[in-house]
Design a protein around this ligand. Structure first.
Ligand code: TXA
Ligand code: MG
Length: 338
């Protein structure tokens, strides 16, 4: 039985007890909802993989209540990591650090490193303080699905499979944290996210961004970063390049005769698309709002029963990089319209 509970102090205390007893709690963070278990308890961590249907080769992020807990799970913390923690924690930045032996190998998929972050959400922080535990938590969705940005999304994917879902409203950022590998020089972004490349470069100087891969390969620095991920049920086509908007409209005109077509669009694009016969999900007008709405939009369009979802790229500056990354992983096809 899964309980969906408002995130009141009493319910947070109940959820902390469940975590201490080796159970599973889904909780809000500023990026997406996480599915948490005691990061130092291997059996509890195993339940996460089972509930999600996630392969154990895909390591988890360990969430902490504050910088002072970093050495609980990391064997050493380089000076650059402390600078980044000071600049961006609590917040959407995950750092890859050498692992402490106390962290079970299952949590890190056997890697010698551990991913850590301090989330910027009062419910997540209260849950960790109340339990006194570091919490291993991937996004709280079934493996391969879009990440959940509301408690209802978690309920849809995981009801009956976990103990408690704490409802703390909609996630403010809407795409996952940036995963940064500090073991190379320059540091390397393994997954673009809420802390942008520009923000990192203001602190560190130049950083690189890992390109996307189609299949699991031995030695991949971040095993979870497969190209096809975060996917809706419907087929999804992403249009990139200078003529992306025209190409999207041409595709809509052609496809809508035979199929129900959904579009993820910025507010100002919506009217034209609706007139052309599309079911439109409005993501807002700026990149912050678009990032906040892409996952909810994919889930909503799936709920409308569309056969295909069309969307376009919004560039690579700021949060645009994370938006492009998630849209291209969700897409069945990427059409280049130069
Ligand atoms: O915003 C977020 O990061 C959310 C919230 C819940 O905090 N969590 C999240 O977790 O997105 P998950 O499991 O969906 O993604 C974790 C990513 C995966 O791509 C995984 O491969 C990578 O972090 N990762 C974890 N441990 C790693 C390690 N030791 N080395 C390299 N990559 C690692
Ligand atoms: Mg995930």
């Amino acid at each position: 039985m899964t309980q969906l509970l408002p995130a009141t102090p009493e319910n947070i205390a109940r959820a902390a007890e469940v975590l201490k007893n080796g159970g599973l709690v889904a909780f809000p963070t500023e990026t997406v909802y996480g599915l948490g278990a005691n990061a130092l308890d291997e059996q509890a961590a195993q339940k996460i993989f089972t509930a999600k249907g996630r392969p154990t080769a895909d390591p988890l992020i360990v969430h902490l209540a504050g910088v002072e807990q970093a050495t609980l799970v990391a064997r050493s913390v380089p000076e650059t990591a402390y600078r980044l923690m000071q600049a961006f924690w609590p917040g959407p930045l995950t750092l890859i650090l050498p692992k402490q032996p106390a962290v079970p190998g299952l949590v890190t998929s056997g890697l010698a490193t551990v991913a850590v972050r301090v989330p910027n959400h009062p419910v997540a922080l209260a849950l960790m303080k109340e339990s006194g535990l570091p919490i291993a938590a991937p996004s709280a969705n079934r493996f391969g699905h879009t990440s959940p940005t509301t408690a209802q999304h978690v309920w849809h994917d995981l009801r009956g499979r976990i103990d408690i879902i704490l409802d703390g409203g909609s996630a403010a950022i809407g795409v996952e944290s940036t995963v940064l590998d500090l073991s190379t020089t320059p540091a390397r972004i393994l997954r673009p996210g809420g802390v942008t490349r520009e923000m990192l470069e203001a602190v560190l100087g130049p950083v690189t961004v890992l390109g996307q891969r189609r299949k699991a390969e031995p030695g991949l620095p971040s095993p979870g970063l497969l190209e096809k991920h975060y996917a809706p049920r419907a087929e999804m086509i992403l249009f990139v390049g200078e003529r992306a908007w025209d190409a999207l409209n041409a595709c809509l005109t052609e496809q809508r005769l035979a199929r129900k077509v959904g579009v993820l669009a910025a507010d100002e694009e919506a009217g034209v698309l609706e007139q052309a016969g599309a079911v439109v999900y409005r993501m807002g007008s700026d990149l912050n709002s678009i990032a906040r709405h892409i996952y909810a939009g994919m889930r909503w369009l799936d709920g409308q029963g569309v056969d295909v979802i069309l969307c376009r790229d919004y560039g690579t500056s700021g949060l645009g990089l994370a938006v492009r990354d998630r849209l291209s992983r969700a897409a069945s096809r990427i059409q280049n319209a130069e």
